[in-house]
Design a protein around this ligand. Structure first.
Ligand code: GBH
Length: 472
């Protein structure tokens, strides 16, 4: 026992949400079970050169069959909330029409299991697994996909909102649009810059339409949008570097924050991409729909980009070593340079101060809204030794970012919770299984789960309700 740590130096408010997150395609497996349809990721993984090692998530970590054990694990860790996503093709195999009750039943069972363990379910409706039939009909660059999403969202919400209070619509629309349709690093792997801008708009529209539909069905639901934000620095104070920083900040952060929270796209970004979007893509009423009132903003934060307007930098900050181009539509000349910080196993720079910067900025530059960190975490090379897994770097990463969360709360920000990415090691998209983000180690041969030292540390932190003061 360590009684001196029982009273933490940095106590989080009562009711602070201590969570961990996952997404459907990355963990479920069982891709043909119970009438599930095909998603763009099933298709993408079968194309040569898309995924490191040619891997796929047909089995993933078999969560579809092991969810009871996984919920028990969450309970052992003392999580107060679990953020997961619903697989659209499981619930609506072709993305339109009748609901597949057997697919939806899985999420009912999961939610019941969570509630039975006192864990609050946080549902994300879309984490990138578009039904293939909708991609065949044009995908996110087609406006109709937004309406299909709203119908799907309403159907899931109608069945679960009696037991699920916290909802979010689209996870990281930036990734879905620009990695899916511009760089091609993610499914469906298209490289069409103009289409990517349309996709981004339709993902925002899908968010707005779904929000309105769910709000009308059950006013008690708490609904949020989920964006991945980066801290951005210019490499130097030169005009070219400052312009590069403006452009990347515009596409990565402001395009989504301004749309959701202010109901308008930033004029400078629209100008940067105007040559790619002739004829326009915004219809009357869209921006009002997209900025439908929200109960919270979910922020995924991982790192900082240092950008340069001079030729010679990397195409992107951390693309997988697979077949892809630049995601930075209209700003393909911008380069990414090393900011000189220590990096994670993804090569992403560790910058907890960047999280503070992002939180403050949202707080100061946008209308007031409760905030939640819906993803934060890191891949590292875990050391597996005699059945135990040592990952002190991951605990240090999370601790540093939690200290920032505490400081933000102290500064008066309405920050309500923190979800570590990820609960368990899983299928890391274009990187396959080679990168591990989990608090829990998964042996991909046996599917055995082992809490890493970071998980034990996180459990301890939750139990204490905070962190030791820096001096301890
Ligand atoms: C999250 O996205 C995802 O929501 C989650 O599913 C995933 O497993 C987790 O992160 C870990 O990757 O090199 O310029 O193309 C993180 C956001 C955005 C991080 C794209 C990497 C690469 C930028 N990702 N970014 S670039």
């Amino acid at each position: 026992t360590r009684p001196e740590t029982e009273t933490p130096g940095l106590t989080f408010p009562t009711g602070f949400v201590w969570g961990a997150a996952t997404s459907a395609y990355q963990i479920e497996g069982a891709v043909t079970a119970d009438g599930r349809g095909t998603s763009v990721w099933d298709t993408f993984c079968r194309q040569p050169g898309r995924i490191v090692g040619g891997q796929n998530a047909d089995v993933a970590i078999d969560h579809y069959n092991r969810y009871r054990d996984d919920v028990a694990l969450m309970a052992d860790l003392g999580l107060t909330a679990y953020r997961f996503s619903v697989s659209w093709p499981r619930v609506q195999p072709d993305g339109a029409g009748a609901i597949n009750a057997r697919g939806l039943d899985f999420y009912k069972r999961l939610v019941d299991e969570l509630l039975g363990h006192g864990i609050d379910p946080w549902v994300t409706l879309y984490h990138w697994d578009l039904p293939q039939a909708l991609e065949d009909a044009g995908g996110w660059p087609a406006r109709d996909t937004s309406k299909r999403f709203a119908d799907y969202a309403a159907a899931v919400h109608a069945e679960l909102s009696d037991r699920v209070r916290n909802w979010s619509t689209v996870n990281e629309p930036w990734c879905a649009a620009f990695l899916g349709y511009a760089s091609g690093e993610h499914a469906p792997g298209r490289r069409e810059p103009g289409a990517a801008i349309r996709a981004a708009h339709h993902l925002n529209l899908a968010h707005g339409l779904a929000t309105q539909a769910m709000r009308a069905q059950d006013p008690a639901s708490r609904i949020g949008g989920c964006v991945n934000l980066y801290a951005i620095s210019p490499a130097t104070g030169s005009d070219a570097d400052l312009d590069a920083a403006r452009r990347i900040d515009g596409l990565q952060n402001r395009f989504f924050l301004d749309a959701l929270l202010k109901g308008a796209y930033p004029e400078d970004v629209l100008a940067d991409v105007a040559h790619l979007t002739e004829g326009g893509f915004i219809q009357d009423g869209d921006m009002a729909t997209i900025s439908a009132p929200l109960d919270m903003l979910l922020i995924n934060y991982y790192s900082r980009f240092t950008v340069s307007g001079a030729p010679g930098g990397a195409l992107s900050a951390a693309a997988a070593p697979t077949d892809s181009g630049s995601p930075w539509v209209g700003s393909e000349h911008v380069g990414f340079v090393n900011g000189g910080r220590p990096v994670t196993g993804m090569g992403w720079e560790i910058d907890d101060a960047g999280l503070y910067e992002i939180l403050m900025r949202v707080h100061e530059e946008y209308p007031p809204i409760p905030l939640v960190i819906s993803e934060n975490g890191a891949a590292f090379d875990d050391v597996v030794d005699d059945g135990a897994v040592h990952d002190p770097d991951r605990a240090a990463y999370i601790e540093a970012h939690l200290r920032v969360c505490h400081a933000a709360i102290e500064a008066g920000l309405p920050l309500q919770g923190y979800f570590a990415w990820s609960l368990m090691d899983n299928f890391e998209w274009a990187w396959g299984y080679g990168k591990r983000f989990g608090l829990v180690y998964v042996d991909y041969e046996t599917q055995l789960r082992t809490a890493k030292s970071s998980a034990l540390w996180y459990a301890d932190t939750i139990r204490r309700g905070g962190l030791p003061s820096p001096a301890e």
